[in-house]
Write a protein that binds this ligand. Structure first.
Ligand SMILES: C[S@@+](CC[C@H](N)C(=O)[O-])C[C@H]1O[C@@H](n2cnc3c(N)ncnc32)[C@H](O)[C@@H]1O
Length: 310
């Protein structure tokens, strides 16, 4: 446990909708993903006794019973790579699919639209499945600094790397290894959730939707940013052969509705014909660049039970 972290963040979260940037006590947002109880200052569950950890700037609040990590690194390799804070870690983007002019313009439009949404953010923003942080970078680049950012991902190692690459401010940006299906974040504490290539890619989207709803404050918003493919397309066939991801706008809308979300809106920012086959999209298919927003309206504290199949 990195003692230097304890007690730096003194202010308790405002569990009503907060405006503007406050220093938050990130530990007071954490719960045990198994029994949903609070954690002690030492990250021990006050009910079931599960012990969690904090290392290299990342809280590891994953239940080994509930979640299988994807490619957990060997502990020794992990420590060798990250122990020395002075070692520079860089990331090479190997995504080199050909993009035609229309696609580049569509991406530009969508980024501009997202930028406008981020300008209105305040309080606490949770980024689902942060990975190497493309969405995080959009949040960091915004002129609006009136919000805290909680980055989450099932892979602790990715969060450690992302924190090191982005060199984020530890007073504003926090990293929690957490499974989207069993979030280790307290009910009704989050003002905005952002998701780019995140929500739709996590299996059991019904569980993810319920969890995102649970952690949002009443009035809080989920913003899903992405490319969507059409019903009946070749791209959908390819995508479905790779796993149970959500790919069409309708699939997302159904998942959000069944998770309890309301005021669900789809902004189609642009539509393009895909130029070249890649691992999901087939050349010639129509691809929509959309931003889906959905809100938690419910004000009463509804007890949400998790279905846990261990
Ligand atoms: C395509 S990447 C996300 C990209 C990222 N949102 C961005 O903007 O750059 C997908 C991420 O989902 C994470 N992931 C997969 N299953 C997950 C789960 N059950 N809970 C949380 N994260 C998960 C992976 O570790 C990976 O980092």
């Amino acid at each position: 446990m990195d003692k230097s972290f304890i007690d730096i963040f003194a202010v308790q979260p405002d569990h009503n909708r907060s405006r503007g940037f406050h220093m938050i006590d990130i530990k007071s947002f954490l719960i045990c993903p198994e029994c949903m109880s609070e954690l002690s200052n030492e990250l021990v569950c006050e009910r079931c006794g599960n012990v969690y950890s904090y290392k290299y700037g990342v809280f590891d609040i994953i239940s080994e019973n509930l979640s299988k990590r994807l490619n957990q690194m060997n502990r020794k390799d992990f420590d060798e790579l990250f122990e020395d804070e002075t070692v520079e870690i860089t990331f090479e983007d190997v995504n080199n699919t050909y993009k035609n002019k229309e696609t580049i313009e569509a991406e530009y439009k969508m980024n501009t639209y997202m930028k406008g949404l981020i300008e209105d953010f305040s309080g606490v923003v949770c980024d689902l499945a942060t990975g190497f942080g493309v969405m995080l970078q959009k949040l960091l680049d915004s002129q609006n600094k009136n919000f805290n950012i909680i980055c989450t991902d099932i892979e602790k190692a990715l969060l450690v790397v992302t924190r090191r690459i982005k060199k984020t401010d530890d007073n504003r940006v926090f990293y929690i290894a957490s499974d989207g299906r069993y979030m280790s974040i307290k009910d009704q504490t989050i003002d905005y959730i952002t998701s780019r290539s995140a929500f739709g890619g996590i299996p059991e989207s019904d569980k993810v939707a319920r969890e995102l709803y649970r952690i949002l404050k009443p009035g809080g918003k989920l913003i899903i940013y992405g490319r969507f493919i059409e019903e009946g397309s070749k791209s959908l066939e390819i995508a479905k052969s790779q796993g149970p991801a959500l790919r069409t706008v309708d699939e997302f809308l159904n998942a959000l509705e069944s998770g309890g979300f309301e005021n669900i809106d789809t902004a189609v920012v642009s539509e393009v014909i895909w130029a070249e086959n890649d691992f999901i999209h087939a050349a010639g298919d129509k691809i929509s660049y959309c931003i889906i927003t959905a809100q938690r309206i419910e004000c009463k504290s509804k007890k949400i039970l998790r279905c846990i199949d261990i």
